[in-house]
Design a protein around this ligand. Sequence first.
Ligand code: ZN
Length: 516
Amino acid sequence: MAHRQSLLQYIARANVHRSGIAAAVFSSLLLLFAAASAPAQQFDLVLAGGRVMDPETGLDAVRNVGVSGGKIVRIATEPLDGTHVIDARGLVVAPGFIDLHQHGQGLDSQRLKALDGVTTALEMEIGVPDVAEFLREKQGHSLINYGTTASHVAARALAFDAPLSADVEATAPKIGLPNILPKSGPATDQPATPEQIAKMQQRLRAELDAGALGVGMGIQYTPGATRLEVIDIFRVAAERRLPVYTHLRSFGRIEPGSAIEALEEVIAASAITGAPVHVAHINSTCARDSLECLAIVDGARAHGLDITTEAYPYIAGMTVVNSAQFEGNWRERLGIDYGDLVLPATGEHLMQKRFEELHASPTPQSVLVFANTQQLVDAVIPYPGVMIASDGALGHPRNAGTYSRVLAEYVREKKTLTLIEALRKMTLLPAQMLERSTPAARKKGRVQEGADADIVVFDPATITDRATFQKPMEPSVGVRYLVVRGTVLVDQGKIVEGTFPGRAIVGPEKVGDRGR
Ligand SMILES: [Zn+2]
């Protein structure tokens, strides 16, 4: 001990005269010295002998992983001692999947997500109506990590005095999207006055103060928003150097109002304001023009813009039939017909009369929208840089099966993605996206010493989605263990009951508050 102390003093003295780099080298040597002479460490949890895969460093080798205090403390070739040891031989040990696009935030959805390998599921596309309430409700009651953007849709409803009331939640249907989208009406369809836009901006700033990770904009659900309103909302995100997550204004090929135009709108708003932009589900939003849209995203990135996107591996989307999306000549605009709309609970294909009745009803009703082809989805999922995100909500198999489906279909069967590339799309890329909102995300999406212990352990030979459009609640198989902030949530393929290790991921304002 005395020897270490004198070495420390020597380094402290030496540092005065040396460069920062030399100091860092000396400090590292000291740490090595301390580690070598310390007694064998006992970890809270050891994942032993798994194939550890980390997309950032490229590590793909058999290692032992030591976890203590919610962190990955040690990754080693030599055996590690643990209070709890999991035999991970023959299994892949990877960063837990990060889903940037999860609407279903209840425990029934979270159980499905956990069994699909997801350790963090965030509502970024639309955002929640009240960030503080969302964070309060979830604290201590969440299986996996959670977070949200500030909702432009909700801020707009408020500015029009048509808030999404909390009590609608109680009457909201069990299947489908939670109460985050308003029924179409003046608050969605009318242009806002400058005063109303100022009100929205004020509300969004308050929501960012409350811990939101950026601004969510479902522009297709607020067709009354002018191009200028969109830019003004991007400006709020830009003030805080935060990103905008967006569901584009329209899809389809008819001009004006094509998916290409809608994509150009948010690229322009990003270029004008400087706010990074993330385009939700490019597979469903650009449909038959997905590859053209991806080329446009690549072009914008190549010229210095910060724009990213994501996709889910299913040919149908899901949305609310009462929403503004289904107004006017929607069949012509969207290139789909009544029969392409299917009720998730019953499998009923809509006909005109039934559609009109549901569209006019004040009760939110989710519908599956069959607008894509398998060929197109197969081209989008492996596309470089496209993240995997589920857009999950009860009633659609993507809620339960997105991640396992990519691993089964594209890695194991079609072989259009390598395993490490698939993991990159599910872990590192979304973590890097979140780093635009909080430095805490640097500890996510990695299996590295010092990272948060959010880890999935799965069998690459058997991992498979089982949810279908007929049975969307079937959990995936193949995830053997899931660790959330150091706590085992899935043990031998089963959820551990009564444990709620999920923690909030919050934006910079809230992080700042905590430090004060
Ligand atoms: Zn969407």
